[in-house]
Structure formats: structure tokens, C-alpha cells
Ligand binder design. Sequence first.
Ligand SMILES: [Zn+2]
Length: 298
Amino acid sequence: MKLNHCISPNTKVNSKWIKDLDVRPQTIRYLEENIGRTLFRINFKDIFNETNPITKKTKTSINLWDYIKLKSFFTAKETTTQTKRPLTEWKKIFTCHTSDKRLVTNIYKELAKLNNKTTNNPIQKWGEDMDRIFTTEEIQKAEKHMKKCSKSLIVREMQIKTTMRYHFTPVRMSYIRKGNSSKCWRGCGVKGTLLHCWWECKLVQPLWRTVWRTLRRLEMNLPNDPAIPFLGIYPKEPNISIQKDLCTHMFLAAQFVIAKTWKQPRCPTTDEWLSKLWYIYTIEYYSAIKNGDFTVFS
Ligand SMILES: [Zn+2]
């Protein structure tokens, strides 16, 4: 196996890649002493650009064959994009400071920053709204559900967008734009939290009842739990067999029609739901054909 050596802005001039280029040691020494020790410095000084005055000097100072090889290396697109990438805070800490002085302080500062970042975890947000704490196993299930709920990328994207955009709830919007009302946009008069807008609102509940009724008709008796449609967290040991693919399609269709009527003062209709369901089903069918996977629909 040929290992692709990793080039970062801090890769030293005398590292493996230069050995691969088979450049003379005196050329490396010249670069180190006159231009810089890292690829970043060399790229930064742009010495392989013909209009640069240092170029002429470099060209005459090092072996011409070495010059050609290095020039093609530094002007290659994949090298430039990678070497021009700015340093991360971590790399700065470990590579830019000349001594170890204050090293511990700097590391500590960076760690403290990480700790301060408010967690922007949508699943946790759902948990807060539902007033429950998910186990690690449940969180993993939910994350897997987001990634695997559909074969089609379009459907997955819609799903993630609709469920994860809790910041578009009235409560969040009134917080962002002070003065906006935090009441549900459907006009039911209740505070528009994430859970309310998707599940609890009296103008959304009829649709969910239709979904549950349909599930019951298909002999799938699921508990009335929002974690099932939104996060894919099913009861641990259901005493009935659940066709998760079918459920997922029905839930997704409901989510989409709710999202579509987000600010309208009405309940999404059963017809809207069914047509969305049909649409998802069609998309899934074609993605399955494209992926050569017919098992779902056989
Ligand atoms: Zn409402």
C-alpha cells in the first residue's frame, strides 16, 4: 500500500515529501536558510511565481532540475489549496510559539473556550422540549435515523431541515428579533415551542391522529410519542412487528406538510399528507432502482 503523506502548512521542508521528490540536500538547506522551514512559509513567499524578484535568485542558487520539480509541486492545485489553509488555534499553539513558555496557559485557554461553547445539539433540544433525557443509546439511534431514514438524498435533506430547524420556531424568533410574538404562528394562542409547533398544537394534532389511525389499521399500535416520528426512537420491546420503513415514510410525509403550512392558521389536510406520502414513495422507489436495491419494495 502506498501511503499518501499528509501535507499540512506546518510540514517541514526536509520531511518525507521532499525525499519523494528526490531533491538534493543542498537545495533543502538553501530553502530552509533563505525562504523558510515549512511549506507554508515557502508557499507564502510565492518564490515559484516567475514575477517574484526572489524567484530569480532562488533559480540561480539551486539546481535547475530541483527547481523545476519544486515549482511543479508548489503550483499543483492540490498542494496550494492545502498549504494555504490557515492554521487552527491548536496548530498555532504548538508550532508558532518559539518556546515552551506559557504553553500550558495557552492550552488551558483553548480548552476553556471549547468548554464554553453552547452545545448546539438538536437532539438534546428535542429532549429539553419533551422534558426528558435521552440515553446515549437513544441519541445514537436518533442520529442513525437522521442519516438512514431514506435512501434518497432529497428526502433525507428535507427531513433533517424540518426536524432540526428549531430556531425557526416562534419562541426562538421572538428571542432573535425582540418584539416578535412568541405565540404559535398558526394562531392557536399557545407559546410556540419546538414541540408545540411540530406536535402539540391543536392545529397539527388532527393530522398526527390520522397518521396513528392509519398505523393502527395496518396493525401497528405505537404509543403516542413524538420521539418516534421525529427522532426514530421506537419503544424498546414492541410486542407487535413494526415495518419501520413504512412508518418512516408516513412520518416524513406528515413532517413535510406541517413544515409547508408552518405559518398558516390551519391544519394540514389528509389529502395533502397522502399526496406527499405518494411523492416520497415515488422518490424512494426511483432511488432504490438507481441504487440497485429492490428489497424494500418487493
Ligand atoms: Zn399552535
